[in-house]
Design a protein around this ligand. Sequence first.
Ligand code: UTP
Length: 480
Amino acid sequence: MSLPLTDNLTSYDRLNELLAEFGQQHVLRHWAELDDVQRETLASQLNEIDLTELTRLISGKDKNTDFAALAMRASSPPAVRADGSGAEWPPAQARQRGEDALRKGELGAVIVAGGQGTRLGFDQPKGMFPIGPVSGRTLFQFFADRLLAVNEKYGCRIPLYIMTSDATDQQTREYFAANNNLGVPDEDLYIFKQGVMPAVDSVTGELLLQSPSSLALSPDGHGGTVSALDRCGCLTDAASRGIAHLAYIQVDNPLANLCEPELIGHHLMAASEMTTQVVRKRYPMEKVGNVVLVDGQVQIIEYSDLPTPAAEAVNEDGSLKLWAGNIAVHLFNVDFLRGVAAKAGLLPFHRALKKVPYCDEQGQLVSPDQPNATKFERFIFDLLPIAKNAFVVESLASEAFAPVKNADGSPTDTPNAAKKAIADLHREWLEQAGVCVDQGVQVEINSKLALSSDDLKGKIRTNLRIDADRYFDTRLESPE
Ligand code: UTP
């Protein structure tokens, strides 16, 4: 490698010295060929990495959880079940409490939308995916409509914090700007970007370059939400508005009941710092995180870490002992998140072996056909064990969970499956309101018309018959 230019010697020397301490100086191997802007890009990426922490992660010194042993000691977490059992208070009381908190303006909303959506294979941010079975509304529209409906119903103004990443930020901002923020007032919408983590060679632990002037970086996982909320001023903003709790969802579940009063109420009644909504697992090895209680702490054991005997263990009535499946719908106390953000390193990193294209010694891009790299991600659910009084609320999958993960044609979690789940739920609401919906007809209801089947009653003609696909937006049918 030729010598660097004289005027950049200082920064080259400084970087080289720093990197050499951690055996990572190879990332400067193309320095001499880079222009000033490229050097600045690489230098600023390197400056943002905590090399001490990265070295610890690469050496695996933080990796000591024996999930198999944990799973054998695991039991059902403190929870209220879908039938209302398990809590010391009735669901109606929880609903009342949640509605009061909404009316008092104590809630904010967080939607995480920074994932790369690799499995879905959609070339825009997942939030822009058209998911409305009849309307074609996007995931972002679904949630904006829902939030505006909650605001209207409870006379509040819930700020919406949307987390993006390098992969989704620009398109998300442009989409909201081009669509009048989907109706969300400017002063209530915050789009903020999560952090990144570098990928390393899975054998040597060396940092990978994506080009001669850039590291191979990827989003730091949904667990990056806490530090990003803090860094971007959202936690301070929330506190200054008197927001005590944040309702968290991920953008890829159109049935996620953002800011649902009963869930909020359970969180408050349990005096919990973090409450998580779950669904009952359908079978022992279902591919969901298992929300469990171990040694007095609520935590999640991933399905891949759950030994078969623990997964298959049953109660006397034949039901699964470890029944609670994670759907990534949470409620957080703002003070709790501020405390976590103030203490670096509270959330652990998880490793994933992935195929990551990299730039070789000659500066050529190599696309590996086998996993070659370790990526590091934080998971939001690792907050559960450190939260006081962590609490679990069961909901029915048909009312709360329709993940959009894989492209149509895959066996599960596809857009078509989610569209069907939405249409089926809304058919049920209409039928409960006395409306007849013909077989094979798809229906869809905008939250602005009804947030639940109860909302629909009295707003719609009971002798109505729906014989073709129909989208009910904000227009009301005469109850005559
Ligand atoms: P997934 O782990 O399912 O990832 O994220 P993904 O990006 O949607 O899809 P794949 O794995 O690449 O196919 C679950 C949710 O968490 C968000 C995603 O946007 C999605 O809503 N997420 C994930 C982030 O916001 N940031 C991340 O770093 C990871």
